[in-house]
Design a protein around this ligand. Sequence first.
Ligand code: SF4
Ligand code: SF4
Ligand code: SF4
Length: 500
Amino acid sequence: MSNKVNNEVKFSWEYLKSVMQTLDSYKVRALIDAKEEIIECEVYDEEEYNKILLKLIDEERIKYQLYNYLRNNQTLNLSNLEAFSEDYDLLLRKTLSLAYLLEKEQLITIQEVYEKNENAEGGSKKIFKDLVVSVDDVNLTSIKPIYEPVKVIFDSEICSGCGICAGICPVDCIMIKNGFGEIDDDKCIRCGLCYHVCPRSYLPVDILNMYQDNVSEYKDYGKIGTFKEAYCARTKIDEIREVCQDGGVSSTALYYLLDNNIVDLALGAKMGEKLWCPEPTIIESKEDILNTAGTKYVNNPNLMLLNQVGPEKKVAVVGVPCMMQALLKSKIFDIDIPSLTNVKYRIGIFCMESFPYQEGFLKICEKLNVDVENVKKTDINKGKFFIYTKDGEELSVPIKEVTSLAREDCEVCFDLTSESADISIGSIGAPSGWNAVLVRTEEGKELYQALLENDLIESKPIDEVKPGLPLLIKIANSKRKKSNSHISKKKENNQKYPQY
Ligand code: SF4
Ligand code: SF4
Ligand code: SF4
């Protein structure tokens, strides 16, 4: 009996301590201090503001409870985190995500321990063994807050241009134009929410994979991330087939979701006022879908439209890997931002790199001696950038010769196949006129099944086609290697780099 009371007293003390730390948390303080400015701005109404603040307080409180728990223990490893998860009724992957944040805040250090496993062919494989967690003895209030406005990401040329920061900023002070962002410093309340959701500030890739795979284990997910099933597919809808890039599966998925009122709208990219310069757009009808079909290789911040999605709307997002990362990261570190909780489907597109409009795409047109007005379709395939003209010509240039025109910010991107999506769709690995499709989550699986059951697509297992997954894995690996080498260079030169 006395033991029980002691535990309760200990728990209460730790609880109170974590509440105090939470109220001192940089993000919480910034949101409380700027309540008036936020409500005045009308991005969030008072009820939404209260929900975001309370959820943030809750998340911060659990994080500091974990911190205090770790401080009170001598030997710290994965089993301590498992014990904490059990005590607080959390999934281990949730606890790991909180530990990851504590590490980013420089309150703890986490070391992953691997062992080498020799295989029969004489090679070896790294197998995850344990975590070693050490608690740094610091005064919490003296820590420089890591949650700074994403100006630091823009300035260090690692911004992917995904647009999520502009889409959630509570005072609407971020503008992304031509793929590059700007912050109105006079309006910014320095709440750090943009940094919190940005895929280029910090991105716990292991934990993203755990959420995708619905497990709490450190595993090697290879070069294309976790997936349940892989197919080769193409649309059966004639109108989509006429305008689509390859197999039209992403447009068909949108058609199914909107036509059956499973989502109210989708975010995607349409051709802008300037030819071949895409703009983010809200897709609500079949006509809108047809207007957005076809790949555009110019960067486009689709997620900045999140702040135009009304309340209670169910949303699908079609976008490139960095957008899928931003959405999954925000789901893991969820703070009840209404537009983000409304996202029901993440439809990811394969992406090798993207180009700025003026200094990239138009320069490629110049190189191929084609007027932008005459461009009918663009494609990256078999190591070449293709332009198909309205006059029926097929022009191409080796990717190697134009890769220097790609966005510098894309150089640090490791993800080819939208590893954080529910379903990933692209052309690499599929025969001409078809899509390769990776079904990654339960939501993705249900969606793909529905497309089949409604006779909207033709589908075969990807193993039955050439070039198939081996080519996809090979190209994904080369993107990873390039990204690693660019990140190493940034480290050597003491430049800011994304924390994957
Ligand atoms: S720019 Fe970032 S830090 Fe500034 S108000 Fe917007 S979300 Fe907050
Ligand atoms: S990567 Fe996305 S969230 Fe981060 S700064 Fe760029 S646009 Fe904003
Ligand atoms: S290469 Fe990466 S960062 Fe660049 S647009 Fe594609 S997914 Fe985004």
